[in-house]
Design a protein around this ligand. Structure first.
Ligand code: BES
Ligand code: ZN
Ligand code: ZN
Length: 483
């Protein structure tokens, strides 16, 4: 949980140890502050205002003042990263307070990114750690002040809304699997949806059965924890010109089932609900911002993929929401089963476009690494729109193909489909499987198996659940809004 307080005002004049930084763009020829000792220090350290550059001098005991390099002004992701460097410097100087004296220097977008970076950098998940004593807290960064012209206040507030939504998603993902079960996660989502006045419904296992969610329920069958599906709807005031759906994989623990994962591969599989968390995070932003003209459905199917006598078996044939039968050849390919039912249900809501987000395949991590998500789509328009949104949000997404010649891989001898293709191109066949459940709707699939979790801290990304996808999804919805 974030312990650092962030305020958008001038700091009080007390004795707190403080580092004050002013943003400095790489292309800026000079800066009013760049004189005297600071100019000498800048020359000594060859400070040019590049992203990652920062200089500060001590004016008094525990009082430092300096410049923060924020890179080139057209690189809009830079401010999020510059915020990380500011926090790092505050920690190096062991100050209690960091002040970012922004004045009028930033655009509203940059101000939003700055606040996102500050809050995301200072996030940590320490629910299960012993609380810090007052003594341990001294010399630690405790508060951040952003001082800016009033015209930037809405942008600063927007940054806070965004960061809190990403942190909500991170907290869900980082919660341990003894607590974060489908019922618990559904409840967290419901509370958040209700706080924004959204329509929300959580389907329980009986309602799922009644509605025919046979693939979803097969995955959940081995677990003592019952399956859930959260469906929230944002309806704008006035006319709706577009209907969208966001669907996120909510597997709160993926043991692999009978196709059990080797021990090491099971580590972090409580984060297999990160797609669902990203959808709930995006819901948090859309619920707060209330964009015009666009109706949004947030759909999160949740289950635990466990092993027991009642678990679904290899070669078992199961029937889904849209009537298609699937032969299960690998119980570890469970995400696509839950999502298949949820996608068919989403399309049934009469949406024009649907995007699903999932920690779906290790193959996607092999293809693109841990930083970049794979984007698959049957529609070039939707694909380009989402790539654009992700770029705006500064989240790394790369287009991947759906390959017609791989169709045969999903054919089963006994059922309409089987749930796995060949090992090669496993991210593609997984995406193609999902494509069988979306009818004629425009659909895109985002495989976030790589960037949803980090094994170590990197800039404003923390180790554990990263909240990846929240900002790109919300941006995509915003891009679809009218007015
Ligand atoms: N949850 C995993 C995918 C995953 C792997 C997410 C690594 C994050 C990091 C998914 O359910 C899975 O097990 N996929 C299998 C598919 C295979 C059985 C066709 C995989 O990727 O090995
Ligand atoms: Zn799996
Ligand atoms: Zn999984």
């Amino acid at each position: 949980m974030t312990q650092v307080q962030l305020r958008f005002q001038a700091p009080p004049s007390d004795a707190a140890s403080t580092l004050t930084l002013l943003p400095f763009f790489h292309e800026t020829p000079s800066h009013p502050e760049m004189k005297g000792d600071l100019a000498l220090e800048a020359a000594r350290l060859r400070f040019e205002g590049k992203l990652g550059d920062a200089i500060a001098l001590s004016a008094n005991v525990g009082v430092f003042r300096g410049l923060l390099g924020v890179g080139k002004s057209e690189d809009h992701g830079a401010l999020r990263r510059a915020a990380y460097h500011a926090v790092r410097m505050a920690k190096e100087h062991k100050v209690q307070r960091l002040v970012l004296d922004v004045g009028d220097a930033l655009s509203p977008e940059q101000a939003t990114f700055l606040v996102e970076g500050l809050l995301l950098t200072t996030y940590s998940f320490d629910t299960y750690k012993k609380a810090k004593t007052e003594e341990e807290k001294t010399g630690q960064l405790q508060e951040i002040y952003v001082v800016a012209k009033p015209r930037l206040t809405p942008a600063l507030n927007e940054g806070r809304v965004h960061a809190e939504a990403v942190i909500f998603a991170r907290n869900l993902a980082n919660e341990q699997p003894g607590v974060c079960t489908p019922r618990w996660m559904a409840e967290q989502g419901k509370v958040r949806a209700e706080a924004h006045g959204l329509y929300v419904r959580v389907l329980d296992e009986e309602q799922l059965e009644e509605k025919g969610f046979g693939l979803h329920l097969a995955v959940a069958r081995a677990s003592d924890e019952p399956a859930r599906l959260l469906h929230a709807i944002y309806r704008p005031k006035g006319e709706v010109h577009r209907r969208l759906a966001l669907v996120g994989k909510g597997v709160t623990f993926d043991s692999g089932g009978y196709s059990i994962k080797p021990g090491d591969s099971m580590i972090d599989m409580h984060i297999d609900m990160a797609g669902g968390a990203a959808v709930l995070g995006a819901m948090d932003i859309i619920g707060a911002e209330k964009p015009a003209g666009v109706e949004v459905h947030f759909i999160v199917p949740m289950a635990e993929n466990m092993v027991s006598g009642s678990g679904y078996k290899i070669n078992e044939v199961i029937r889904g929401y849209n009537g298609k039968t699937v032969e299960v050849l690998n119980t570890d390919a469970e995400g696509r089963l839950l999502l298949a039912d949820a996608l068919a249900y989403a399309v049934d809501q009469g949406v024009d476009q649907v995007i699903d987000v999932a920690t779906l395949t290790g193959a996607c991590v092999v293809a693109l690494g841990n930083e970049t998500a794979g984007l698959f789509s049957s529609s070039e328009t939707l694909r380009d729109a989402f790539v654009h949104a992700a770029k705006t949000a500064d989240e790394a997404v790369w287009p991947m193909p759906l390959v017609e010649r791989m169709e045969g891989q999903l054919k089963s001898r006994v059922a309409d489909l089987k749930n796995v293709g060949s090992r090669w191109g496993g991210a593609i066949s997984a995406a193609m499987f999902l494509g069988k459940f979306v009818g004629d709707a425009q659909w895109a699939h985002l495989d976030i198996a790589g960037p949803s979790m980090a094994d170590k801290e990197w800039e404003y990304i923390c180790a554990g659940g990263t909240g990846f996808g929240v900002l790109a999804l919300a941006q995509w919805v915003r891009d679809n809004a009218q007015g």
